[in-house]
Design a protein around this ligand. Structure first.
Ligand SMILES: [Zn+2]
Length: 474
């Protein structure tokens, strides 16, 4: 039984000391039973009764592990790592004194930071666009189930770049359902006919002040002036957005947004940046073409999503300005998923060759590069999340790829400043950092493909000092 004392996260942290102990214990028991029912831990049910007696936060000592710290190029010498509460307290090659700690024999396995996906849509994987528009209850439950799978793939944190994820995040942070830490953007902000405007032609003309089901549910929101941008941006922050996501140019999966179109105007983008900065955070903008990228940069956007049609000058500009480039090695399977002969397929065919070139530009100009997957509307593809990470070996060493998906992605998350829902260091194994850890069978710096099979290779998955998976005993 490894479902240890659950720590409410995020906003709840502020008041956690005031939460009655009985309520915490109740949540623990509920979580433990849920774990038992899910079949992941056959011992869980038997241990629920004993659980209440040991509900105080036990320390956990990982012994004899070799550490990938989320930054470096090599594993550490055999080491011991003590987790106290939700923090990595001590790392040492010498024995660590911790008489009361639960001991985990690492036997030379690799201890590394939990993985981070910087471009993920928690609400738009298990449910379709139609579900998200018409049945938000179903969409939330399906997304919750997928969130648990996401955590079980070793992803302890995701940056959600569009979708109504606030409720899911809250349920995860309160321990109602298991899932990763979520950095939500709220509704994807777009313009009429932009990427994320999912209306049909029959929905036109729009009556000003009326909303589509997608807008009501917070999946995306159409804004057509700087004033509307300010209003909707503030609404996202009111609901708990950590950063804003705008679509500054056309996109592949929206039928009415040609790739070449620059959707927002400069004053509209600037309005979004101003509001984000007022809230101490930043704007991430979807942009493929040089025009869209350059306008986004001129407006003060800090993270360019995709950028796959950029030119060399854009790469230089991004590097010079220290802007983040959030890239995804989109799998071929995704391109082929668009029906041949469709508008979407034609756009995918235009974008895909740019993936290779953009990675090469990112390397050439040493651009701050984040890694993500952008899986949409497919749990089958979501199961490839680790394999998509492993596909980075086309351009990077295993250590570089893993550093991108841990320490580097965490730096991008931290751009959210005071809006950061999980203050503390993520993505690294170092003293004082938050204890999001994976114990891996084998050495992923020698064989990156290990991350493609998390069910077999991730023996322990810990988030916030709590072990959610432990198959060492099996
Ligand atoms: Zn996306």
């Amino acid at each position: 039984m490894y479902q240890r004392s659950f720590r409410p996260q995020g906003v709840i942290d502020v008041v956690s000391h005031a939460v009655p102990r009985a309520a915490v214990v109740l949540a623990l028991v509920r979580t433990a039973f849920k774990t038992a029912l899910s079949g992941r831990n056959r011992l869980a049910a038997a241990l629920v009764l004993g659980f209440c007696a040991t509900a105080s936060a036990d320390d956990i000592l990982f012994e004899n592990v070799r550490i990938f710290d989320g930054k470096g190029a090599a594993l550490s010498a055999p080491s011991n790592v003590l987790v106290k509460g939700n923090v990595i307290a001590t790392i040492s090659t010498n024995p660590i004194e911790a008489a009361d700690a639960e001991r985990i024999a690492g036997n030379g396995r690799t201890l590394m930071p939990g993985l981070i996906d910087a471009h993920w849509h928690t609400m738009l994987i298990a449910a379709s666009v139609a579900d998200t528009m018409n049945d938000i209850g179903f969409a939330n439950i399906a997304a919750g189930d997928e969130a648990t799978d996401t955590l079980m793939r070793g992803f302890t944190t995701v940056r959600d770049v569009g979708g109504p994820a606030f409720g899911l995040k809250r349920a995860i942070d309160q321990g109602i359902i298991e899932g990763p830490r979520i950095y939500p953007s709220g509704a994807m902000m777009t313009v009429t006919s932009g990427h994320g405007d999912f209306r049909q032609l029959s929905d036109l003309p729009r009556t000003v002040g009326e909303f589509t089901p997608m807008e009501h549910n917070g999946g995306s929101i159409v804004v057509d002036s700087p004033d509307e941008v300010r209003l909707r941006a503030r609404e996202q922050f009111m609901q708990g957005a950590v950063q804003l996501k705008l679509t500054a140019g056309g996109g592949v999966s929206s039928p009415f947004s040609p790739l070449d179109v620059t959707t927002f105007t400069l004053p509209e983008l600037r309005a979004a940046v101003e509001i984000a900065e007022n809230w101490g955070t930043y704007v991430a903008a979807h942009a493929f073409t040089p025009e869209a990228i350059e306008m986004a940069i001129a407006a003060g956007v800090k993270s360019i999503e995709h950028g796959f049609l950029m030119n060399e000058d854009d790469a230089k500009l991004i590097a010079e300005k220290g802007i983040w480039l959030s890239l995804q090695p989109l799998p071929e399977m995704l391109r082929q998923g668009f029906r041949e002969g469709s508008v979407e397929r034609a756009k995918a065919d235009e974008v895909w060759p740019g993936i290779e070139r953009t990675y090469e530009l990112a390397k050439k100009y040493k651009i701050k590069t984040a890694w993500g997957t952008d899986v949409l509307f497919s749990r089958e593809l979501a199961r490839q999340q680790g394999a998509i990470l492993a596909s980075l070996k086309r351009w990077y060493t295993p250590a570089e790829a893993l550093a991108m998906a841990t320490g580097t992605n965490a730096e991008l998350l931290a751009l959210s400043g005071k809006r950061n829902p999980y203050p503390g260091k993520l993505g690294v194994v170092e003293e004082g950092a938050l204890a999001d850890l994976l114990l891996v069978e084998g050495n992923p710096l020698e064989n990156l493909d290990l991350v493609a099979d998390p069910a077999n290779n991730f023996k322990i998955i810990m988030k916030d000092g709590v072990i959610y998976k432990n198959t060492l005993a099996e």
